[in-house]
Structures are given as structure tokens and as C-alpha cells.
Design a protein around this ligand. Structure first.
Ligand code: PEP
Ligand code: MN
Length: 265
């Protein structure tokens, strides 16, 4: 896995370069599952920025299990993310689902997300590998670590060395209590296999906001470089992933607790 090319992933944002890696502060990415309205994305951006997040996340194109569920506002949501970036100074992370959307997504995103469902969409991996925006590669919901690393290799092999790996939970037999099983063991395992930085997403990893703080702290304890946390101004009204979203106040509280325990936030 390209051990010879070890280098940190450094993402440029309106507020300057943000490095991801073992020797750098924890990078927190926060925001709603989906970009819904201008007001909600702006409010969320300003709140998570004030709490210490460096990136705003939010989906314009949503990979939903049902075709009848909210699919994201698409290109207009990219415009809202661009506006939130201007207002907050946060970097933007948003998901791409279709190679045809690459120019529009790359124009707004500071990091392009490949979601769990597209981890082995090799055409998409090659396309994001052949451009120069950093890529966040989520682990497929039933992917082995080897498959995940080979998916990353598709991006690296096209010439883009700026890849961040994100664990977001794997399929679990116990869906009664958690949406997925968040596999924190990937952090020490990946350290032996790759130089790529590792992000942990306890929001999708657990599916329930009440479990997010504990798993976020666990992620820091095992040495994660970064966290992705879903935050929504009114989770009960969210168009997607409300049950796993923290309110801005809960996110504030979590950031204070994280600062007290670990890699400086
Ligand atoms: C998301 O980040 O909102 C998302 C759809 O995540 P995943 O691909 O991990 O399910
Ligand atoms: Mn989500």
C-alpha cells in the first residue's frame, strides 16, 4: 500500500491548511446528513465552527436505500454549501455519487467524499483519483480492511495521494440496538498497513445520537486522526439521519469533553 510514499494529507480551506495525521491535532468534521435549507446549513456551519470543527459536512446527493426517500437537493445544495463555506470559513466535505457530477462537486468541496455504498465503484474511484481534490473514502458496510485498502489504491494509482479513510460501522447482526457495529479496531490495524489518515464516524457507526459521545471518545483513545459527527439544528425534523444527529448544543458539549481527554481539538 505505497508505504514508500508516506506523506500527510493536508487540505487547504478558507482558513488555511488543515493537516490530518498522527502528529497533528484531531480534525473534527461536523454537519447535517443532508443540506436542507440555506438557513439550516448556515446556522449549523456557524455553530460547529464556534465549537471547534474545521470542516462542514453535508450531502447534496444522498445514497438512500429507498428511491422514495429524500435524495438530496443536488446542485442547488452545492450552492448552499459554497455560501456556508464563504460565511464560516470552514472547509467543505460532500459526497459524490455520479462521475458526471465531478466538476460541480469539485468546485465546492475541499474534500470529496466517496460513501460506503460506492466504496467499490471503481469508475468513480478512478475519476476522483485523476483529479487533485483530497478524497474521503468511507469503508463499505461489508468490506474487509483489505478490500477497503485496495479501493484506496484505485485512487492512489491514478495519482491522487490525498486519501483519508473513514470507518463508519460495518453490518451488524444486532440492528435492534445499533445501526452498525463501529469497528474501532481498524485504527491500530491500519497503522500497521498504511500511512493514510483515519477518520471515525460514530454517527453512522451507531445510528443513535445518545451513543455518539462515548464512541467519539473511544475513537480518540484508539488513536483516530479525525472524527465525523452529524449535527442538525432540529434532529427530529431532519430529512435524513435525524436519530443519529446531535443538536448544536450537544455538539458543543462533546467538543468540550473531547478537548479534555485527547489530542488537542
Ligand atoms: C453520509 O455520510 O451521510 C453517508 C451516507 O454515509 P455512509 O456512506 O457511511 O453511509
Ligand atoms: Mn447520514
Amino acid at each position: 500500500y505505497r508505504h514508500g510514499q508516506a506523506s500527510d494529507v493536508v487540505v487547504s480551506t478558507p482558513q488555511g491548511d488543515v493537516p490530518f495525521g498522527e502528529n497533528h491535532p484531531l480534525v473534527v468534521v461536523a454537519g447535517p446528513c443532508s443540506v436542507e435549507t440555506e438557513e439550516m446549513i448556515t446556522e449549523t456551519a456557524l455553530r460547529v465552527k464556534a465549537a471547534g470543527a474545521k470542516f462542514l459536512r453535508g450531502g447534496a446527493y444522498k445514497p438512500r436505500t429507498s428511491p422514495y426517500s429524500f435524495q438530496g437537493h443536488g446542485e442547488s445544495a452545492l450552492g448552499l454549501l459554497a455560501a456556508a463555506r464563504e460565511k464560516s470559513g470552514l472547509g467543505i466535505i460532500t459526497e459524490i455519487m455520479d462521475t458526471a457530477d465531478l466538476p460541480a462537486v469539485a468546485e465546492v468541496a475541499d474534500v470529496i467524499q466517496i460513501g460506503a455504498r460506492n466504496m467499490q465503484n471503481f469508475a468513480l474511484l478512478k475519476k476522483v483519483g485523476a483529479q487533485d481534490k483530497p478524497v474521503l473514502l468511507k469503508r463499505g458496510m461489508s468490506a474487509t480492511i483489505q478490500e477497503w485498502l485496495m479501493a484506496a489504491e484505485y485512487i492512489l494509482a491514478e495519482g491522487n495521494s490525498q486519501v483519508i479513510l473513514c470507518e463508519r460501522g460495518i453490518r451488524t447482526f444486532d440492528r435492534k440496538y445499533t445501526r452498525n457495529t463501529l469497528d474501532l479496531s481498524v485504527v491500530p490495524v491500519l497503522r500497521t498497513l498504511t500511512h493514510l489518515p483515519v477518520m471515525i464516524d460514530p454517527s453512522h457507526g451507531t445510528g443513535w445520537s445518545q451513543y455518539v459521545p462515548a464512541m467519539a471518545k473511544g475513537a480518540i483513545a484508539v488513536g483516530a486522526d479525525s472524527l465525523m459527527i452529524e449535527v442538525h439544528p432540529n434532529p427530529s425534523k431532519a430529512l435524513s439521519d435525524g436519530p443519529q444527529s446531535l443538536t448544536p448544543d450537544q455538539f458543543d458539549q462533546l467538543m468540550k469533553e473531547l478537548a479534555a481527554i485527547g489530542k488537542t481539538v
